[in-house]
Ligand binder design. Structure first.
Ligand code: ZN
Length: 197
């Protein structure tokens, strides 16, 4: 419908979550009208995202180094792991200032319907980490959804027989939503009141 580069940008933008064809068109025309330096900076930020960032080799958080700053911090409790679905959930838990251990990012949650089993997530890596790092407690902070609950129950079944304490955030979190829908206070309380599963 539009000139090649403009149409390509609209097509790419409309593939982003939450961006429909109308918003994509609006954004594309906006980028066409602003300062060239601004657009180049945006383009550079997008390229650098994939060039300079990758996953922490230990916990799969996003990092520019081999391991992330949390894994490398010697002051953090080495025996407790908070298990989350996505790297951005780490930021949410960190904001509560209630957790001083380290993390493990699964990369999603179990969903038999969508064909996502344990090996599609970083559960095999967790299975390696727990004995290698003498982990005593796993705090499961998956989203309060059916998939998040299924994942929590699965992890409890897997790791409790190994003598690991497996806990889940206390209720009070908005059901069916993402972890980041919860405010810091609610999440902090849920963390402090976590229960063994
Ligand atoms: Zn890490």
């Amino acid at each position: 419908m539009y000139e090649g580069p403009l149409q390509r940008l609209i097509d790419e933008l409309s593939r982003l979550p939450g961006v429909g064809p109308k918003s994509a068109q609006r954004l594309a025309f906006h980028l066409l009208s602003v300062d060239e330096a601004d657009v180049r900076r945006l383009g550079a930020a997008i390229s650098e995202l994939r060039d300079q960032l990758h996953h922490c080799s230990r916990c799969f958080n996003v990092t520019s180094g081999e391991e992330c700053s949390i894994c490398l911090d010697p002051r953090r409790d080495q025996t407790t792991l908070c298990v989350v679905e996505r790297p951005q959930d780490i930021v949410v838990v960190e904001k509560t200032q209630e957790f001083r251990g380290r993390y493990h990012v699964l990369g999603g949650s179990l969903s038999p319907i969508a064909g996502i089993g344990p090996s599609q997530l970083r559960i095999p890596e967790l299975r390696d980490r727990v004995p290698a790092e003498s982990i005593a407690e796993l705090i499961i902070a998956t989203n309060p959804t059916v998939e998040g609950d299924t994942t929590a129950m699965y992890l409890a079944r897997e790791f409790k027989p190994l003598g690991v304490k497996v806990t889940r955030l206390a209720s009070g979190l908005p059901v069916g939503g993402d972890l980041d829908y919860a405010d810091e206070l609610t999440l902090g309380r849920a963390l402090a009141g976590r229960m063994e599963i």
